[in-house]
Design a binder for this molecule. Structure first.
Ligand SMILES: [Zn+2]
Length: 649
């Protein structure tokens, strides 16, 4: 088995035998400008300070401080797993430090690490809720989130070690992991945590330390699941916990969406280190089922509020979607691992859809307010969120709240945006693969350096210039997104027919020279997307997309008096693209002809129409669709992605 050195990235496999392509670190890939670089800057300047302030305000840091001081307050504040919010924010801080140094971020991280270190017990156990006297440790694994918190601690520690070289937090995480090993290791116990994440964290700790006990424990936690080892509680049944069916037999994603997808990240991580094919096969089956039948157009997953869970196949209600931000982020983490294992573009396609739509929509354009669950159809403008109130998670107000009582999503956004460079490109013995398009520099460490320039996703042209190369022949692979038809590629201005379409990438193999420039042109017309006929919720409706961007109709952009719940797109009319200044940037918007229905003939009929449908009457109007990710930034609104449509009008 061959192995590689850890790099500054969230997934740094030790074994290379299972890798179709190898990841690059945050210092290898730099986002230089554009949508994602701007967000990374705001993530550092706005979101991280915002999160640190809220973690102080909501008691999450104080919970740990009280334990550190030896005076744990019985009145533990917030959720019983609030430690995880501190750890996940720390992880985001660490990746951001790995991306670019910052004295203020560094001292903020050190201060938090000091609190965690002092809160940790002499045997490595740390959990501010249990240590404050709420229950016995390891006593209620279905619900306690103790290993969940350990998992996020470990992820933060690995990130901090990779990014800064400091072992301060890694030492804390190793003591915690060893504490878990003494309790659970070598099959001493047959149960596991109700909320997965420790599995992928332990694999990463193995990668970072080389201690195979952590990999073994990750595998054990995966193996024991599915045999009803967790106590069901109310409507949280075994399927909710992914504890109804052993993972190797599972055919589709079930239960709590974040839990299911975090578990699957651990499953692929164990495969990447051990090569057990049954684990990869299960992960691929479940991914394919999710993508075909359980994911929304905007990248949302988990259709049910009940249990924050996946629904049945094609159960994709638009006005009732849950779509937790964390679930889509977990889907990105899952897809990325499968991309490393297979090198196939469909996983990068899924990451692109999730990033540009749901993840981008989860956060306000100022990047200091967030959706926990993400509506796809808002029938009535709800009251705006208060800047000082942390709502319950299961409500999306009219605008994004600043924080949540269960604050899992904002720190997840922070760590994702801080580490985004790691998802852009990979390399293999035969060359470099570009998966996502953004202005960036990419260095592979073996003498190849590329400069990518593009206005993507506003424009579909991408220039990749070879800045440095080692003189050998190699292949530059450029992803052709699944939405794209008619992509062309040229080298130094000459069209290049000699390309392969392997795994969904255009590959150009040649002896490269510094200064060579490859231009990929992806036609990006506005297009109509038709849903699968089994999705009853949107049968007869269509959506508008352009490139990777999903569009929506939002009330502020529509003519006076138009009710977006009573419109039908007229598909025989052309879709007209325009550029418009919107919320601080120039974006393509789409004008569409529609019928604004007058449904007054239905008034009072209730259900008693006797099968006689009143003639549809109404007026023609011109509606304007905007990128979905920009909605709810101009106050409370009515919004929808899928819209009923008709032809021959
Ligand atoms: Zn969340």
């Amino acid at each position: 088995m061959s192995s590689s050195e850890p790099l500054i990235a969230p997934v740094s496999p030790r074994a290379t035998d299972q890798l179709a392509v190898r990841p690059l670190g945050l210092t290898d890939v730099e986002l230089t400008r554009g949508f994602w670089a701007d967000w990374q800057r705001l993530n550092r300047d706005v979101t991280i300070p915002h999160a640190l302030a809220w973690l102080e305000r909501d008691g999450s840091v104080d919970n740990l401080r009280d334990v550190a001081a030896g005076t744990p307050a019985a009145a533990h504040r917030g959720m019983w797993f609030s430690d995880s919010d501190v750890y996940k924010t720390l992880e985001g801080l660490a990746w951001d430090l790995g991306r670019a140094p910052s004295a203020s971020l560094s001292s903020a991280a050190d201060a938090l690490i000091d609190v965690v270190r002092r809160a940790q017990g002499p045997d490595g156990y740390v959990n501010s809720y249990i240590q404050a006297g709420h229950g016995q440790r390891w006593d209620h694994m279905a619900w306690s989130h103790e290993l969940y918190c350990f998992g996020h601690l470990i992820q933060a520690a690995v990130a901090h070690h990779r990014a800064t070289g400091s072992a301060d937090l890694l030492a804390v995480a190793v003591r915690a992991a060893d504490c878990a090993l003494r309790e659970f290791g070598d099959s001493r116990r047959k149960d596991t945590d109700g909320h997965p994440v420790v599995e992928m964290a332990l694999v990463e700790l193995y990668r970072e330390t080389g201690n195979p006990s952590y990999l073994d424990l990750a595998q054990q936690f995966i193996d024991v699941r599915g045999y009803r080892v967790l106590d069901p509680r109310g409507h949280f049944d075994s399927a909710y916990y992914q504890d109804e069916t052993p993972v190797r037999q599972q055919t589709t994603v079930v239960g709590h969406a974040v839990r299911a997808l975090y578990l699957l990240c651990g499953v692929v991580d164990v495969y990447l280190e051990t090569g057990e094919q049954a684990l990869l096969d299960s992960a691929l089956r479940q991914w394919e089922s999710m993508m075909a039948t359980k994911m929304y157009l905007n990248g949302a997953v988990g259709s049910r509020f009940e249990g924050e869970s996946f629904g049945d196949e094609y159960e994709l209600p638009q006005d009732l979607v849950y779509g937790e931000t964390c679930a889509t982020i977990a889907s990105i983490m899952f897809s990325w691992r499968l991309l490393l294992a297979t090198g196939e573009s469909r996983f990068a396609d899924a990451i692109e859809r999730a990033l540009f739509n749901l993840v981008a929509a989860s956060t306000s354009v100022e990047r200091n307010a967030f959706f926990y669950n993400n509506p796809a159809h808002r029938r009535v403008a709800r009251p705006a969120a208060s800047p000082n109130v942390r709502p319950q998670r299961a409500e999306a107000p009219g605008t994004r709240p600043p924080w949540f009582q269960c604050a899992c999503c904002p720190p997840n956004i922070i760590r994702t945006i801080a580490s985004l460079g790691g998802y852009l490109a990979t390399y293999a013995d035969n060359g470099v693969q570009i998966h996502q398009y953004a202005p960036a520099t990419v260095a592979t460490g073996n003498g190849i350096r590329l400069v990518m320039e593009t206005e993507y996703p506003v424009e579909g042209t991408v220039d990749v210039t070879v800045a440095e190369t080692d003189g050998t022949a190699w292949t530059l692979s450029l992803r052709v997104p699944s939405w794209c038809r008619g992509a062309t590629v040229s080298v130094n201005g000459t069209a290049t027919p000699a390309v392969t379409g392997e795994r969904g990438y255009l590959g150009i193999t040649r002896q490269w020279h510094a200064g060579d420039r490859v231009t990929l042109v992806m036609p990006m017309p506005v297009r109509i997307t038709v849903p699968h006929p089994a999705v009853d919720a949107v049968r007869g409706a269509v959506a508008i997309e352009r490139g990777p961007i999903v569009y929506c109709l939002e009330s502020p952009d529509q003519p006076e008096g138009v009710d977006l719940n009573r419109v039908e797109l007229l598909l025989d009319e052309p879709l007209v693209e325009q550029r418009r200044e919107l919320l601080g940037s120039t974006v393509p918007v789409v004008q569409v002809e529609a019928l604004a229905r007058d449904d007054s003939a239905w008034a009072g009929s209730g259900w008693a129409t006797l099968g006689e449908e009143p003639v549809t009457v109404g007026r023609r109007v011109r509606l304007t669709a905007i990128p979905y990710h920009l909605w709810a930034n101009r106050g409370p609104s009515v919004m929808r992605i899928f819209v009923p449509a008709r032809r021959g009008q």
